[in-house]
Ligand binder design. Structure first.
Ligand code: NAD
Length: 394
């Protein structure tokens, strides 16, 4: 079939196999062009490995450090009539590239919150790797079924305390208007913490320790976003921020439970980037469109793969990691540079539908969004008949 993007609201419901491969290969080429990660990981488990920051983590570990990677994701395989999800095609392309370089890669496709998938991952580590020395926790999911009680929790993106009205760009209609969000109830806050907080990260680390598949001195990292004034009401100081605060609690709990094995758990603060998870958050598309313009002008703009390269070399495997007062790795330093934030804040009130393209870099935002699904890569013939099926299934 001829595969053109089918965008519905803030999601694209199909993906292009060769375009997704181009996305993965571009990131691999970037990593290979950098110096290899000194003292980097050898055997890595990436939970949430197929898109966004998890995919970039897997690529950095494998192609920057020569690590063997076991990945976990929740993706839709293709049928003859329907494309796979982008994460499926990305993972197939990652496997193809790893195989070419004789790099071990195995992927388990299923619900990482479940006991069954944890058991499958542990069995795979025992079979193929023995132990892992790095566990990356990079899940972004709107819901989670608690494996103990069977109850399913949904997260919400709402402010805490008071309602919130802010300027918002509707990327579907290209209209700029006000978005008003009512405050979350106590129950909604608790459910969001259940989904996006640290409980599942702790369950993973406990299960891996109990099965004795963590190497002595293993590291584990989970990702968060803090942002600044413009995004605090909907992110940092809202339900998702509350859930992310719980990662700090979990990091301390994991490091102290597993101190006998010298395991260290750290939260890493990354920058705002277009991913399937972040495009669903109100305010973020407009904020990112302005941020990209300012950061590009300053020469500080980065994508997922550049962020991960710096996380590995400047934090995870550095002898003097950049840590904040709460013990978190900071890779959002360029985004939160005060001069950058001041410029973003100055542009924010001036943006209208008429001057959107001039005052912001919505063009890059939109291109990056389509690229997540494999659309817009040079060298891919989007007019050609294309099979939805790929060779490297997993
Ligand atoms: P993403 O949507 O691109 O990736 C999510 C990953 O989780 C995918 O691999 C998906 O397959 C996997 N996944 C989701 N539910 C799953 C399940 N039940 N079982 C197994 N796998 C599952 O998201 P992202 O933006 O890369 O986010 C990853 C982490 O980075 C999140 O913790 C997010 O909060 C954080 N982060 C994101 C940003 C940003 O701007 N995008 C900034 C800072 C931190």
């Amino acid at each position: 079939m001829i595969i053109k993007p089918k965008v519905r609201g803030f999601i694209c419901i199909n993906a292009h196999p060769q375009g997704c491969a181009a996305n993965v290969n571009e990131q691999i080429e970037y990593t290979k062009a950098q110096d290899s990660v000194d003292g980097g990981p050898k055997n890595v488990l990436v939970i949430g490995c197929s898109t966004g920051y998890g995919l970039a983590s897997r690529i950095t570990a494998a192609f920057g450090s020569g690590a063997k990677t076991l990945g976990l994701c929740f993706e839709k395989p293709p049928t003859e009539r329907k494309t796979a999800s982008a994460g499926y095609y990305n993972t197939a392309a990652f496997h193809a590239a790893a195989e070419k370089e004789d790099l071990y890669a195995r992927t388990i496709n299923g619900d990482a919150f479940s006991n069954e998938i944890k058991a499958q991952a542990i069995a795979a580590i025992k079979e193929d790797l023995g132990k892992v020395d790095l566990v990356v926790y990079s899940l972004a999911s709107p819901r989670r079924t608690d494996p103990t009680t069977g109850e399913t929790y949904n997260s919400v993106l709402k402010p805490i305390g008071e309602g919130y009205s802010a300027k918002n760009l509707n990327t579907d209609t290209m209209k700029i208007g006000e978005v008003t969000v009512e405050p979350a109830s106590e129950e909604e806050i608790a459910h969001t913490v259940k989904v996006m907080g640290g409980e599942d990260w702790e369950m993973w680390m406990d299960a891996l320790a109990e099965a004795d598949v963590l190497a002595d001195g293993a590291k584990t990292v989970a990702y968060t976003y803090l942002g600044d004034k413009l995004t605090w009401p909907i992110y940092g100081k809202a339900t998702i921020g509350k859930a992310k605060e719980d990662l700090d609690r979990a990091a301390s709990a994991i490091s102290s439970h597993l101190s006998g094995k010298n395991v260290t758990a750290t939260v890493a603060v990354l920058k705002a980037l277009v991913t399937q998870a972040s495009s669903a958050i109100p305010v973020m598309p407009l904020y990112m469109s302005i941020l990209f313009k300012v950061m590009k002008e300053k020469g500080t703009h980065e994508g997922c793969i550049e962020q991960l390269q710096r996380l590995f070399t400047e934090c995870l495997y550095s002898s003097s990691p950049r840590l904040d007062n709460d013990g978190r790795f900071r890779v959002d330093d360029k985004e939160l540079d005060p001069a950058t934030q001041a410029e973003v804040e100055a542009i924010w009130p001036q943006v209208t539908e008429e001057n959107l393209m001039a005052l912001t870099d919505y063009k890059t935002y939109n291109e990056d969004f389509l690229k997540l699904f494999g659309f817009g890569y040079d060298g891919v013939d989007y007019e050609a008949e294309t099979s939805t099926l790929v060779d490297h299934n997993f």
